[in-house]
Design a protein around this ligand. Structure first.
Ligand SMILES: [Zn+2]
Length: 453
């Protein structure tokens, strides 16, 4: 299938490519919206405004059913005969990598395979049942609708797809159109200053009401637009970011250029339960999608720490107390939100646990803290910090003409403040920072994270 797809994308005329993408998407769409989908859409909207105690009871009921299923069907868990969640061991990434057939309850042929690029570079794989896939899409669609999205409205999609060649981009074809479903898929591999006009013109012509995808890709376009004093002359309702940590800079610049709010959601592609942003801009755990535990360094329950997840939509490859590799802080007990949801509140999610710089003097400097270094600095379009040893970091910056030595000094001083005096900082101004093979952009590349974290 994928070889045929590649050939079509490379050699066929654009109208055939567009039709093929439309056909392929409609097929996926039918799979995801069949079976359990309708029932679960109703379920999530029915529970939307329920009281906290009722939600907690329903969540416990679903947990019990899920654990019973797992004990019965997964060979990996067959020894755990009774008891609740605390009887289950933590599930490590390496186990998921090496013991997939024993953990899973179905074969790859019986389900839907999902691949994710792990932080270690090894690709992770999980198998979803069709029912679970349908439930996940039911929740996502329900969530997006609560932020104004209706099926069939125009969407600009920016995910890790290499859909176009430089020659295509030069002809103004940096995208492929799924006309049946009103989606314009933009290639995220060729977004740079040289190709800016091609992307900007294609967006202007399409006038999407929603944007979905990597925030860093949309940021790259928005940065250049802002530098040139351009703003969208139509209204984008909302952007739904995927796959990457959303930083304040994303919200600010994308919001300024496209006039939209970023509405964040957390759910890893391994199948973690969901954390959703509400109408008031706060994050809530959705208790009917799974259980989030927060553990401190000793493995005890805490308000802030490592996130361990049990997901109700992982009957294929069960995730029970899975160490997904992210951190979060729960909101204070008496904290409330006026949005109407009675779902537990979260203060923040700290992306991937390895996305930090480590300093002898100041400890972990997380992504949000690093990105704040750019706050009072003009002209930074993008930056990346690389750390391979404890006492040195390399900082790469892509700047525009406002980024002079003065601004560079300000940026470095802000960094220095966070790393302490002992850190060697190697500064490089570059034209472009390459993305990962997956198409994602990494602000921090830290190869010593597992040793010092
Ligand atoms: Zn809220």
């Amino acid at each position: 299938m994928s070889r045929i797809k590649d050939a079509v994308l490379r050699y066929a005329p654009y109208w055939i490519q567009d039709a093929a993408i439309g056909w392929y998407n409609s097929r996926l769409y039918r799979q995801r919206h069949a079976g359990r989908y309708g029932e679960m859409r109703a379920y999530f909207s029915e529970w939307e405004l329920s009281a906290a105690a009722e939600l907690a009871a329903e969540s416990s009921k679903r947990l019990e059913e899920f654990l019973a299923y797992v004990r019965e069907r997964s060979p990996w868990y067959s020894k755990i005969s009774a008891g609740g969640l605390s009887e289950f061991p933590l599930l490590e990434k390496v186990s998921l990598l090496q013991e997939l057939p024993r953990i899973s309850t179905i074969t790859e042929q019986e389900g839907v395979v999902s691949l994710t690029g792990g932080t270690t570079g090894a690709s992770m794989k999980v198998i979803y049942t069709h029912e679970d896939m349908q439930e996940r899409f039911a929740l996502l669609d329900h969530f997006r609708e609560s932020h104004g999205y209706r099926l069939g409205e125009k969407v600009a999609w920016f995910s890790g797809k290499s859909l176009a060649t430089q020659r295509d981009v030069d002809r103004g074809r940096c995208y492929r159109d799924d006309r049946r479903n009103s989606i314009r898929f933009f290639s995220t591999f060729l977004i740079n200053r040289r190709n800016f006009d091609s992307y900007w013109d294609a967006l202007q012509a399409f006038r999407p009401r929603f944007i979905v995808g990597f925030p860093s890709s949309v940021l790259d376009i928005a940065m250049v637009a802002r530098e040139r004093g351009l703003v969208a002359d139509w209204k984008v309702e909302a952007m739904f970011p995927t796959a990457e940590t959303v930083l304040p800079v994303h919200r600010e610049v994308i919001g300024e250029v496209f006039g939209c709010r970023l509405v964040d959601q957390y759910a890893s592609s391994e199948g973690a339960p969901f954390i959703l942003e509400c109408a008031k801009g706060r994050l809530h755990i959705h208790p009917l999608t799974g259980v989030f535990e927060v553990l401190d360094g000793n493995g005890d329950a805490a308000r802030e720490g490592e996130m361990v997840v049990t997901s109700f939509t992982t009957h294929g490859t069960p995730l029970v107390r899975y160490r997904v590799g992210d951190r979060l802080r729960l909101a204070a007990h008496d904290d409330t939100c006026g949005c109407g949801w009675n779902f537990p509140l979260v203060d923040w999610i700290d992306g991937r646990t390895s996305d930090f710089v480590y300093s002898h003097e100041t400890g972990r400097i997380n992504l949000g803290n690093l990105s704040n270094c750019t706050k009072d600095v003009d002209g930074i379009l993008s930056f990346q910090v690389v750390q391979d040893v404890e006492d040195e970091i390399t900082v790469r910056v892509v700047g525009d003409r406002r980024f002079d030595t003065n601004q560079a000094d300000r940026f470095l001083a802000a960094l220095r403040q966070r790393t302490g005096q002992g850190m060697r900082i190697r500064f490089e101004q570059v034209d472009e920072i390459p993305r990962e093979a997956s198409g994602k952009f990494r602000f921090v590349k830290n190869s010593i994270a597992s040793r010092v974290g």
